[in-house]
Ligand binder design. Structure first.
Ligand SMILES: [Zn+2]
Length: 261
């Protein structure tokens, strides 16, 4: 396999190269699943060689055309550090949302932020996401809520965003969109898959105009515990563990150009 490392005379470490490939894969897969919105919204990953740096999609690039080398490296203060390919302009709102989370949560290495129809619809509901299906239980007692402040262009909002997310694995930005976080690109991506499905199911249930039930609290708590503590590999439902390698194989079969350099 060719690599950024080779093409750029060693400017990028092997660890960063591998992360760039994973992050580019996340954009391609997100587009494939219908999560992209023209050239907007963002998926980011913390750089392995410096926790104060992260990779983000540059302005004006469609998610279906993302490659490892197009991703831009910035620091948490907003300085652009590394542009390997393309124009490398960093979207301000993306910087504000993602840098706030990376600064506040050293345990987080990847963030996905989307505006799909069903997710935004749930973001507009007064009571947010409801525990009505297994997909939603991934976020039981682990969902933050952030009041709408307009497009996130004010760096002051970073502190409030971090507080709204808290120690949760996802956040509903009210009247705006959703965020998932993870210790890896695969984990954040697969959590967004479950959140997207949960939102779609909830809106279908509401559209049915029929009475609905929620999962009892005791069962919801038990389910969450099962996911956190797999007994062995056959009951390991931790997001990304089994799904992420399989999803990358899908891309490699159909179009490996996301690795592209
Ligand atoms: Zn947004």
């Amino acid at each position: 396999m060719s690599s950024v490392l080779t093409l750029n005379q060693g400017r990028v470490s092997q660890a960063e190269h591998d992360l760039r490939v994973d992050l580019a894969a996340a954009f391609r897969l997100a587009d494939r699943f219908g999560w992209s919105q023209l050239v907007w919204n963002h998926i980011t990953a913390r750089c392995p060689d410096n926790p104060n740096h992260f990779l983000i999609n540059p302005m004006g690039v469609r998610w279906d055309e993302m490659t490892a080398s197009l991703l831009v490296k910035v620091d948490v203060e907003g300085n652009t550090l590394e542009v390997i390919d393309g124009e490398g302009l960093v979207p301000k709102a993306g910087f504000v949302i993602h840098s706030g989370v990376f600064e506040a949560r050293p345990d987080i290495n990847a963030i996905v932020h989307t505006h799909t129809d069903d997710a935004v619809a749930v973001c507009a509901l007064k009571d947010g996401l409801q525990p009505i299906c297994m997909e939603a239980l991934f976020f039981y007692n682990s969902m933050g809520y952030h009041p709408f402040e307009g497009t996130s262009m004010d760096t002051d909002e970073r502190t409030r965003l971090a507080k709204s997310l808290g120690t949760n694995r996802a956040m509903i930005m009210q009247n705006h969109g959703v965020v998932t976080v993870g210790s890896s690109v695969g984990e954040a991506f697969v959590l967004m898959y479950w959140l997207e499905r949960a939102c779609r199911i909830q809106m279908k249930v509401l559209a049915s105009n029929l009475p609905w039930t929620t999962v009892p609290e005791e069962i919801a708590n038990h389910y969450s515990g099962q996911e956190d503590e797999p007994r062995d590999i056959t009951d390991d439902f931790r997001p990304g563990v089994h799904e992420w390698p399989a999803l990358k194989r899908l891309l490699d079969r159909d179009d490996p150009s996301y690795r592209g350099l």
